[in-house]
Design a protein around this ligand. Structure first.
Ligand code: 5GP
Ligand code: ZN
Length: 101
């Protein structure tokens, strides 16, 4: 099981701030902004480029809706997907960074 699947199952502890049937959101262990959350689908999908048109459109929209709610008190924020090693991806389970100031 990958590290984020272990966080989703509770095998590895995390500071969860949201959970529903599709996604969890938890605090990044090495925050790069005053608010730094990761929104993670429960389904193990390695990269955002593996998402399928038609199949995952609802999931990705749902992740943005969650991010907007979690960052609602911030003055500004950034939503970021790193894709592939060259794109800075270290954990190969889709996650959206929510970095807020
Ligand atoms: P990536 O570089 O793959 O886009 O981002 C992976 C993120 O996951 C990094 O910002 C890193 O700090 C975070 N991370 C890695 N391992 C853990 C962990 O065990 N717990 C939490 N909460 N975050 C983690
Ligand atoms: Zn996984």
């Amino acid at each position: 099981m990958c590290i984020f699947c272990k966080i989703i199952s509770g095998e590895i502890p995390s500071e969860k701030v949201h959970e529903d049937n599709l996604c969890v959101a938890f605090k990044d262990i090495h925050p790069k902004a005053p608010l730094h959350l990761l929104v993670v689908p429960k389904e193990h999908i390695p990269k955002v480029s593996d998402l399928r048109e038609g199949e995952h459109d609802h999931l990705i929209g749902h992740m943005v809706n969650i991010a907007n709610k979690l960052a609602t008190d911030m003055e500004g924020y950034r939503l970021q997907f790193n894709v592939g090693e060259k794109g800075g991806q270290e954990v190969f389970h889709v996650h959206m960074h929510v970095m807020g100031w």
